[in-house]
Design a protein around this ligand. Structure first.
Ligand SMILES: [Zn+2]
Length: 205
């Protein structure tokens, strides 16, 4: 089992995460952007070696710290294979990454961006990047956004996942820093549409 540390960083309410394998003293930093000295110092102080970076998508505020983390820790960068940025490992939908005794499953959830992924760790933790926030979802009016694909990601993928998963979003835009997928399914407006057309009409406003 891994432990997850959540860091609220920068001026855009971004969350960076450290997925920590306490037994093997290794970590993965998810979406490094700002305030990395605090995060890297925290890991070093606890004798933890950071071996990977995972970016939930290629937007600036989720990757701007990659170089600094690579320089300090030599971490390898994991992104969806369609990301246009520099990476060491490109992953696909349904793929699993072994991390110590844990398993990190990749779900490709395009919509906010074409290369957005969500991560399921040990069937307990769900990192959603900018695909799903507490109470809302990522913007769909940006270059590379696609509301039609977002509909598929939410209604063909996320909605069928276990409600007990703890949601760790990419930004602190909600009333709480985490949630459960079950709570989001019953309260988040993103899950409330009855048809694709209704979803698209709303998102195109
Ligand atoms: Zn984004």
């Amino acid at each position: 089992m891994v432990k997850i540390e959540q860091f609220l960083v920068g001026k855009m309410d971004n969350f960076t995460y450290a997925i920590i394998d306490e037994k093997n003293r290794k970590s993965i930093i998810v979406d490094p952007s700002w305030d990395l000295e605090i995060i890297i110092d925290f890991l070093e102080k606890n004798g933890i070696e950071n071996t990977f970076i995972i970016n939930t998508h290629s937007h600036f505020d989720h990757v701007v710290g990659n170089d600094q983390v690579v320089k300090r820790t030599g971490a390898k960068i994991i992104q969806h294979k369609s990301s246009p940025l520099k990476k060491d490992i490109g992953v696909s939908d349904g793929e699993s990454i072994k991390f110590g005794e844990s398993e990190i499953k990749i779900i490709h959830t395009p919509g906010h961006s074409g290369d957005s992924i969500c991560l399921i760790i040990d069937d307990k933790i769900l990192l959603t990047g900018d695909t799903l926030f507490v109470g809302s979802c990522g913007r769909l009016d940006l270059q590379g956004s696609d509301p039609n694909k977002m509909y598929n990601s939410v209604y063909n993928k996320l909605i069928s996942l276990d409600g007990n998963l703890i949601v760790y979003p990419g930004h602190h835009y909600g009333s709480t820093k985490t949630s459960t997928l079950g709570k989001e399914k019953s309260t988040n407006f993103v899950f409330k549409f009855h048809s694709r057309q209704e979803f698209l009409n709303f998102m195109d406003r």
